[in-house]
Structures are given as C-alpha cells and as structure tokens.
Design a binder for this molecule. Structure first.
Ligand code: URA
Length: 241
C-alpha cells in the first residue's frame, strides 16, 4: 500500500539515480511532465498515481483502482492467511496484486467489501471523524425488543478499547432480524453489542457503505470495479434523503 506524497525532485533523483542539481537542470529544461503538464518546481508534491514522464520515458503510471466484492462467508478479510482462503484469492490474479481492504468483515460475515490500491482513499473511508455509515442486516438467535434500540443509540462502554461506542441505529425488522447502522468499525462490534444481551449473531451481512449499495447482481465471491457515480455515492447518505 502506498499513499506517500513525495517531493518531485526527491522522487526523480531516486528513480533516475541523479543528483538534485542534475534534476534541477532537467526541470529547468522543461523535460519533466506531471499528469501531462510541464513541471519546473522540484518542490511540487506528487502522489502515487501521478503520471510522470521524462521526455518520452514513462517513469510512473499507476492507476488507482477501486472494487466492490460480495464477500461470502468462510473467507478471511486479509491479503494473506496461512489456513483459509482470503478475499484476494477470489479476485483475478492481475487485479489483486497491490490491493488492500478498506474496512474488514469477519470470517463469517458476508456482503459489501471494498478493495483498493489507494491508501489515502481507504484511510478517509475509515477515519472516525468522517462518520461514513455502514449498513448491516443481522439475524439473531433470540428475539430482540425496544431495549436494544435504546442501548445501541446510547452507546456501549467497551472496556478493552476504553471507549463508548458511537450512537448506532437499530431498526427491528422481525423478531430475530435487525438492521444496524454504524459510523465506526470496532473489532467484532456488532457481535459484541448483541453479546451484551447474551444474544448470539447468526448471520451478519453488510448491504451498504454510505450511499453505496452492494450490487444485487454480484453473486457471492464476485467483484467488479466501482463506477464514478458509486465513488461519489459513498460519501452521500443512505437511504438518500
Ligand atoms: N461487526 C461485527 O461484529 N462483524 C463484522 O463483520 C462487522 C461488524
């Protein structure tokens, strides 16, 4: 994963094995282009996806990639695991090589999982202050009632992390089924919250992140690139106001 924004002259000096003075000459001669524009300032910042050219030589041309995957149960949300298949194993070889997961799901959880090679983007998505909502359908061993709604909304003290969970929405769909909306992602958060009532989670499915819904035509294990509209939808409310 790379998200560093480097200084152009430092990057060029390392990449070309030339001194900073030599790089200054290249820049002054107008021989370097960043994203198609001639760059003359060595202090300019470049990102991991900036397209860099020296004359006709391409020095960097990485594409940012963003995918949604319908995670099946029994697969680990990790790039590598010694015992189980990972979500990366579900992707085409060429697609998976430099991707990481933006917001994990537990081994038995299913549904919308986002993958990317853009570290800035995934950090933004999980930054607590951005409060991007995550939407889950949960089935439970025991019946649920209004007490759960109040307890989720009030927040729960998590001893291990030393925090109180953010107000979470719980909507009772049926005796054993709830829709839960979180704006954070603590370890096993939903299971632990229902665990306070001694109620075991039987299935947990993520249906949306912000305004981005899991494509219902994606079978479990399938993935595809996000569209431009979906990229924007992530930061919008769901359901739309
Ligand atoms: N909460 C959980 O307990 N598990 C998940 O996979 C997601 C949220």
């Amino acid at each position: 994963m790379s998200s560093k924004h480097a200084r152009l002259d430092r990057f060029l000096s390392q990449r070309l094995g030339q001194s900073r003075r030599e790089i200054q000459h290249l820049l002054a001669a107008g021989r370097v282009q960043v994203d198609g524009v001639t760059a003359r300032d060595g202090q300019q910042r470049i990102g991991p996806f900036s397209r860099l050219q020296l004359d006709d030589q391409l020095l960097q041309a990485r594409q940012a990639r963003y995918l949604m995957l319908n995670k099946p149960a029994g697969v680990v949300s990790a790039t590598w695991d010694s015992r189980h298949a990972t979500v990366i194993d579900l992707l085409d070889n060429q697609v998976g090589d430099d991707l990481h997961i933006a917001g994990r799901l537990d081994f038995h959880s299913t549904g919308l999982l986002l993958l990317t090679n853009d570290g800035d983007w995934s950090r933004q998505l999980s930054a607590p202050e951005n409060r991007v909502s995550k939407h889950y359908r949960v089935t439970l061993e025991k019946p649920i009632n209004e007490e759960y709604v109040d307890a989720f909304a009030a927040g729960m003290w998590f001893e291990y992390e030393g925090i109180t969970t953010r107000p979470a929405q719980l909507h009772i769909v049926a005796e054993h089924v709830a829709d839960v909306v979180l704006t954070e992602g603590r370890y096993h958060q939903i299971k632990r919250m229902f665990g306070r009532f001694g109620n075991r989670v039987l299935t947990l499915h993520r249906s949306a992140i912000g305004g981005l819904q899991l494509d219902p035509s994606l079978r479990p294990g399938a993935s595809r690139f996000l569209t431009a509209a979906e990229m924007l939808a992530i930061n919008a409310d769901y359901p739309p106001a």
